[in-house]
Design a protein around this ligand. Structure first.
Ligand SMILES: Nc1ncnc2c1ncn2[C@@H]1O[C@H](COP(=O)(O)OP(=O)(O)OP(=O)(O)O)[C@@H](O)[C@H]1O
Ligand SMILES: [Mg+2]
Length: 494
């Protein structure tokens, strides 16, 4: 029998003038964990969408279990046992958690549905991943991004898949939660499921993969056994240069207080939160998924309502807390969920980047289009953003490149305090170092920065001070010798 469960040969795919996949060859062994890595826009997700039938290739063939596979749409590939967890989730927001997890089965069934059983099965699956706190009857729209991701993962685990594709499953998970997912993936592998795993977190790749393929500009440039390659060699292949230093040197001067949050709570039964951040300071917020970091920041920024408390900016009470007022007062916020809160997907890259700072380019009510374009192009270039034209829709960009657009607009704006919620989510290693450099530069120029991150290395490498949250409260503060162990202890309450 053929050693390969899947052979993708000479896959070619273009979008308008862009060649996304340039005759890609990709072979998947039975029961292996095969990692796909590569810079943002290299073509990883596109190849998986061709596999699932979401896109049709221009040319090239797919052989599945020794036979030529013709997939016309995603349900064809599902029937064959090919399941993809997409980078940008595909959940039905108005349905419950359980309904989403078992959506294919529910759609097939004509007879009466035993809801109790459906909910119990969903609960069991969620618990096996360590998320017994997610209520199967809750509407998916009410869940945080991370929890939505967990539902998406459970949905795929509930199917009997022969090939399971994970497109950046851990981008929103923290170390502790990712570990649970890894043991499930190991288990699947033991049951002879073949796994394709896409991630920008290279430690994970080395933890999980049997083999690694590197994509660059729509080409699979190398497939190797994991044991035959080092992290440094992998980065060199991906980015084309060595990265000696991930994090910039700290040279920022900490000045007076910019933002002060006093006795702040989002619900009646929550213990109020107090903290402040100074000019030139990078303050980290760590904690497990669901510990309340995003919720608190969204409320402080005015994107969600709060229960009680005050926010001061430069010693002055911030009276009308709303995103509009916050921006006026000099607070900016990069949201965690770029798809729902961060970007206008059907608008151009240009509009998305310059929207909050349009005043900067406006003189006597007329927008200086040339200046606007120049600034947008140069900011996007700082992160090596891949796009064809700033007039294209932002939805045509790869996941990581959308994130770069999301971040660029705040870099362009003149705020005094910038709240960054998972700024490097889905961003490749090369661009990550650029983002870190820019954050450091912003701090050096006197901005107060709040950095929410699930990546431990990022918190430790960037922050002057870290607040660790647990169950909606600040569990502790770390000011010196910040370590992974100390953070985890506080986050888990041990
Ligand atoms: N629907 C689309 N319309 C136009 N261009 C697209 C579309 N989908 C993808 N592309 C382009 O194809 C190229 C490959 O994108 P893809 O999403 O596969 O990258 P990726 O390797 O998954 O990147 P990332 O790590 O950022 O997720 C990019 O240049 C992207 O802009
Ligand atoms: Mg992708």
């Amino acid at each position: 029998m053929n050693n390969y469960i899947l052979e993708m040969k000479g896959i070619y795919k273009t979008f308008g003038g862009i060649v996304a996949l340039n005759h890609v060859d990709f072979f998947l062994r039975r029961g292996e964990i095969h990692a796909l890595v590569g810079e943002n826009g290299a073509g990883k997700s596109t190849l998986m969408k061709v596999l699932s039938g979401a896109y049709k290739q221009d040319s090239g063939e797919i052989i599945f279990e020794g036979e030529k596979l013709s997939i016309r749409n995603p349900s064809d590939s599902l029937k064959k046992g090919i399941s993809v967890i997409y980078q940008e989730f595909m959940l039905a927001p108005d349905l419950s958690v359980a309904e989403n997890i078992f959506i294919d089965k529910l759609a097939e069934k004509r007879s009466i549905i035993n809801w109790k059983k459906v909910n119990t099965s969903a609960k069991e699956l969620l618990s096996s991943l360590g998320f017994s706190d997610i209520n199967p009857e809750e509407k998916v729209a009410n869940l945080s991004v991370a929890y939505q991701q967990v539902v998406e993962i459970c949905k795929c685990l509930s199917r009997n898949s022969k090939i399971l594709v994970f497109d950046e499953p851990t981008a929103v998970l923290t170390v502790a939660e990712s570990e649970k997912l890894f043991s499930i993936i190991d288990q699947l592998k033991n049951n002879n499921v073949s796994i394709i795993y896409i991630s920008h977190r290279l430690e994970e790749i080395f933890r999980l993969a049997d083999r690694i393929s590197v994509f660059k500009d729509g080409v699979n440039i190398s497939t190797t056994e994991k044991n035959n390659i080092s992290i440094d060699e992998l980065v060199l292949l991906m980015v084309g240069r060595e990265i000696s230093q991930m994090f910039p040197e700290h040279n920022h001067q900490i000045g007076e207080e910019v933002l002060k949050v006093n006795n702040f709570s989002i619900s009646k039964n929550q213990k109020p939160i107090n903290f402040s951040v100074k000019r030139g300071e990078i303050l980290g917020f760590s904690g497990l998924v669901g510990s309340g970091r995003t919720e608190i920041m969204r409320a402080i920024f005015g994107a969600d309502s709060f229960n009680d408390g005050e926010v001061y900016i430069n010693g002055k009470k911030h009276k009308y807390i709303s995103p509009r007022e916050s921006i006026k007062q000099g607070i900016g916020m990069l949201p965690e969920d770029r798809k729902q809160q961060g970007l206008l997907l059907e608008q151009s890259i240009q509009i998305n980047t310059s929207l909050p700072v349009i005043d900067k380019f406006t003189k006597f009510f007329v927008i200086d289009k040339k200046l606007e374009k120049k600034e947008v192009v140069s900011t996007l270039a700082k992160f090596n953003t891949k796009y064809r034209d700033t007039d294209n829709n932002v939805s045509t960009l790869s996941g990581g490149n959308q994130q770069k657009v999301s971040l660029s607009k705040w870099i362009l704006s003149d705020c005094e305090c910038l709240i960054l919620d998972e700024p490097t989510r889905g961003v490749d290693v090369g661009a990550k170092t650029e983002i870190y450099k820019i954050i450091e530069d912003l701090a050096q120029s006197g901005l107060a920065i709040i950095l929410i991150s699930s990546e431990m290395a990022e918190i430790i490498g960037m922050c002057d001070r870290v607040l660790v949250m647990r169950e909606g409260q600040i569990a502790g503060e770390l000011t010196s010798e910040i370590s992974e162990e100390k953070i985890i202890k506080l986050a888990m309450g041990v």
